[in-house]
Each structure stands twice: as C-alpha cells, then as structure tokens.
Design a protein around this ligand. Sequence first.
Ligand code: KE4
Length: 429
Amino acid sequence: MDTNDILFERARQSIPGGVNSPVRAFGSVGGSPRFMKKAQGAYMWDEDGKRYVDYIGSWGPMILGHNHPEVIRAVHDAVDQGLTFGCATQREILIAEEIRRIIPSIEEVRLVSSGTEAGMSAIRLARGYTGRNKIIKFEGCYHGHSDSLLVKAGSGMLTFGNPSSAGVPASVTEHTLVLEYNNVEQLEGAFKQYGDDIACVIVEAVAGNMNMVPGKPEFIHAMCELCTRYGAVLIVDEVMTGFRVALGGAQSLYGVVPDITMFGKVIGGGMPVAAFGGRRDIMEKIAPCGPVYQAGTLSGNPVAVACGLTTLKLIQEEGFYDRLSAQATKLTTGLEAIAKDAGVTFCARSVGGMFGLYFLDQYPQGFADVMKADAKSFNTFFHAMLDEGVYLAPSLFEAGFVSIMHTDEVIDETLEAARKAFAKVAAQQ
Ligand code: KE4
C-alpha cells in the first residue's frame, strides 16, 4: 500500500467516504484518491512527493495556476488586517464593481460562499420575484446540491421530477421540470404547457457537469425568448463558465443577457467566494431591501475577496484568453491525433479554458450521448495518465481545465504521457 492507500483507509475512519466532496473519492474510476500536499503553477504534488500535471485546477478556480505570487501576496496582506469581521468592507464594493464592469448584465450582485448557495438563492429569488413555484432545469446540468435541484427527470415527457437523492421530499421536487439539454422543441412544449407557472429556467450555457457539452446557440436563444415572453426569470449558471470560457463568460459567447447569473470558482481564485447577480429590479427583492431572505456569516469574507479580486484583475491582462484557449486547443487536438494513431475511438473539444474528453466517435449533444461513452477505456486511460503524472478529472462526467501556466512544455509533457496511455487502452480493446 502506498501513502495514498494508507491515508484513504485512515480518512474513511473519520470522514464519510474519506472525502469532503464525493467526486474526489475516485468512486467511478476505482483505486485510492491522491492526497495532495502542495501545488505550484500547473502542478500538484501528493504526500509521497509524486508530481502531477493538474487538469482539475480545483474544478475551475485555478485559472492563473496554483499560488500565483500576486494572489498569495494579496491574501497575506488581507490576513494581516484580519480574517473576518462580519461587517461591511470596502473590498466587497470593489469586487462587486469589478464584476459589474466585466459582466454588463450585472446591475447588482450578492456574494455567497459556494455555488450551491448561489443556485439555491437565485431560485428562491426567482420564485419570490415572480410569485411562481415551478422551475426548469436540464438533465446533466448541475447547479449545486440544494433540494429542489437534486431531481431526476420525471417518468414521462414533461412530467415533474423525482428526487435524485435520499432525504429530498417529493413535495420539493414536484415543482421541478427536468428537460433534455439542447432540445428546443421540448422546451417550447414545456412553456406552452406550464408557461405562466414557471418562475425560472436555470441552465449551464456550456454544460460542464456531464463532461463538457456546449449549448446549441438556437437552444440558448430560444430559452431567452421564451423566458421573456412568459415572464420567467432566466438564470444562467456561470459558476464554471464564468471568466473561464471567456472573460465575459458564456453569456458573452452566446450574446445573451441573463436576468440572473450565478458565479463561483474563478471569482474566488481558489477561496470560497461565489455570487449571484443581475437585474436591479429582481435583486432588490433580496433582504434587507426585499422580502426574499438570504444571508451568510462569511459571505464577502475579506481574505477570500482579496484572493478573488486579485484574480479578476490578473485575468484581464491583454491576450489572456487567447493564450488560455490556445493551450486548451493544443491539448485537445494533440490528444485526438494520438488516439487516432493508436486506433482508439476518442474525441475532444474545448471552449476557452475548459475542455471535454470523450471515448465516443462524435461530440456528445446531451446527457444520453455522454452515457454512451466507453467507461472501461476511460478508466484505463485515467489511471495510465495518473501513473504517468497527469491528473485528469476522475469521472466521465466532469470537464477539465487548463491554467495560463499550462505552457507548451506542460502540454507536450501531457501528450507524451497520453501516447503511453492510449497504447494501454488500445491493448485492452
Ligand atoms: P459548489 O457548491 O460546489 O461551490 O458549486 C456548485 C456548482 C454549481 N454550478 C456549477 C455549474 C458547478 O459546476 C458547481 C460545482 N462543480 C463541481 C464540479 N463538477 C464541484 C466539484 C465538487 O462537487 O466537488
């Protein structure tokens, strides 16, 4: 047993599943998770000192690479002034103004500490603003683990959802309609049938929780038009895509103006900052100015905000997203070429600094397509890359992320590892 095995065994004595978030447990790929000790730039090191090229980046936040010196300095300076006050601070104004400056659809924004809080609060706000109860989400999209979102598709077309987790009463999910991602006709049908009862639609415009599946432009634009026509609130969940697929997020790529946007990950730069914001007339319904209650002890925490604010400043550097996108494209096109040479059925694509890897012969258009991927080949590839010191997302249903520190040299090192990994996949076919 190596250190990771020993630590995993020990962790499970005190922590459910040995982890504080399920995906870290390697449940779908098998083996022991890696217990990381430190990280720098594009790399992480485990407790045994083994180095890995990191393509998770803490599931998105580490767009600058780990431990950017200016971010670390800003955090140290903030720590020296105090960890938390539970009071208003000037720094919260600064980050709110910065978010508004970068994302034109944001007139007001409320900081929270996780994407789950952002999603839960945005839905409560949409219900409070419209006085309606029903919400629409899409199969394969994830918006955090609040009760009304832990729901799987109903038994038939356009039937309301059933809980996808124990502990969630059916009475909570009976207001949630789960539709097929990228299915315009079904969405139009739902509005035709329930339109005046729909409080909101919540969507990842580039879905990153069923591997990576970009929304079709016609799907996203139809959603906007239907929400406007029926008076439903459009919530675009940019927890993952915000400041990741482009500086202006997915909404800037699709040219849409959400009523409410959720943020997370990059806006915290690796520390717990998330947010929801948008139209002033909707946001003014939030306490203390309106009747929709929402609160948080550490919301807008000064140290975390210092981390996020510095990150937001640094990603606005000239050419940042051109460089980030170029590295993600170098990775995905390189992997496709190597897989083809090895005779392995595989494709990959990227949007800005996030990417999807698919053991499929064509890009998936929705959850049902992703489910057809060759899990056995993925697992072999994942572990072969891990052995070669490349850390990919330990799940077929996750997207991957590059940072600005994933230089040509880092990508070439990854592609070298992939030659061996795809050879192993081919050998088992
Ligand atoms: P958190 O509550 O985990 O901060 O954010 C929830 C969330 C909301 N919306 C989107 C689009 C998200 O991707 C997430 C969280 N993403 C996962 C990765 N797929 C976080 C990793 C984990 O659960 O450990």
